[in-house]
Design a protein around this ligand. Sequence first.
Ligand SMILES: Cc1ncc(COP(=O)(O)O)c(C=O)c1O
Length: 434
Amino acid sequence: MADERERFLIRYAGGFAPFTVARAEGAWVETTDGRRILDFTSGQICSTLGHNHPRIAAAIRESLDTVSHLNSWMLSEPVLELAARLAGLVPAPLDRVMLLNTGSEANEVALKLAKMHTGRWEIVGLTRSFHGLLSGIASVNFSMAHAGFGPLLPGSFALPAPYAYRCPVRHCDGACDCTCLETGFELVDQQSVGSLCAVVAEPVLSAGGIIVPPGGYFRRLRELCDARGMLLVMDEAQTGFGRLGTMFGFEHDGVVPDLLAVSKTLGGGVPLAATLTSEAIEDDCVGKGFLHVTSHVSDPLPAAAGLAVLDVIAEDGLVARAEARGAYLLARLRELQERHEPIGDVRGRGLLVGLELVTDRETREPADALGAAVTAECLRRGLSMNIVRAGSSANCFRMAPPLSITEEEIDTAMEILDESLAAVLAGQAEAAAS
Ligand SMILES: Cc1ncc(COP(=O)(O)O)c(C=O)c1O
């Protein structure tokens, strides 16, 4: 039956959720017919403080009473303060900030700066990566969204992602030794026309299946970039500001990128993003005529929301909390793995966690249909998670609840997942027997 709600909407990602939301608070959303759903994706992995945090609401209200939008060359106090606060959170030499709105945009700006600074244009991304859907950055999105949107930018190359559970170069099993990185760079070198500009990477590849690179991966990547005069761009759309149990994902390997793109988690539900780089790169690019102006660059309203997000993260100790709650969530999922044969792999860092479903633990054949059925059953029982692509299949649950999630809420989610898996598997067994 046609969905009445679609009458005036472009279906930008297939269909829509089978309910309409009336309100959202903390880790919960409430539908117009009064159902409460535990949101284990923090909206689009943005609402790290929980939905509609009162501090963000107060900051927005104040902004509406003072100044919310300006001509892009006019600066306001929230913008100046947020730029300084961000520069203070990251290591030297990243002390130049541009405030934008979306993750795609922050990456586009990072790539523009990288191209202008190096004078080169070949960009490398990881397979299974997702960096946004604007045409430039989407050229190095290797997990999805190329079909039908060609041509990609010339000089877009892929490095095999360090996906230990399904090694892309059929070398490792369970623990990646970075052979994919070395082999991948040999291929990049062979394809390059001598204009290698930058590598862009997520600290944990999220939309591509919660792939956690092994320790040392980014140190080696940094060396490989340096050896070629390439810049390293870290895309921390999902991982910045605590989700991985550190303020930024790049801290795990002690590597400092040349350009850093942050977005989703900075606004806490408000469209806010930032690109950070060094004085040397900023100065050089400005000297060469750098231009990137958008309608809402340096807007005071989202900047005020971003300041509230940073305040609450610090005051509530949310970074440490993400680490502790993430460990709890992983442990609870590993318990479930012991009881449910189709849970082939559980992996993650902090509160960015994945669970891969397989039809057989030996063959590791992806259980896409089971994934879809369990997602629907979880939603029916009050838990929203999404399936992301792992390899060429869609069989990996992504869990990214707010950093403010409680152990009781994690227990509730685990109960729903446990019961949903059991119900769907029992249904499948019954159908097979009849
Ligand atoms: C790692 C990463 N980078 C960039 C983006 C794009 O962000 P936006 O949708 O705000 O453009 C996303 C969105 O999911 C993302 O996960």
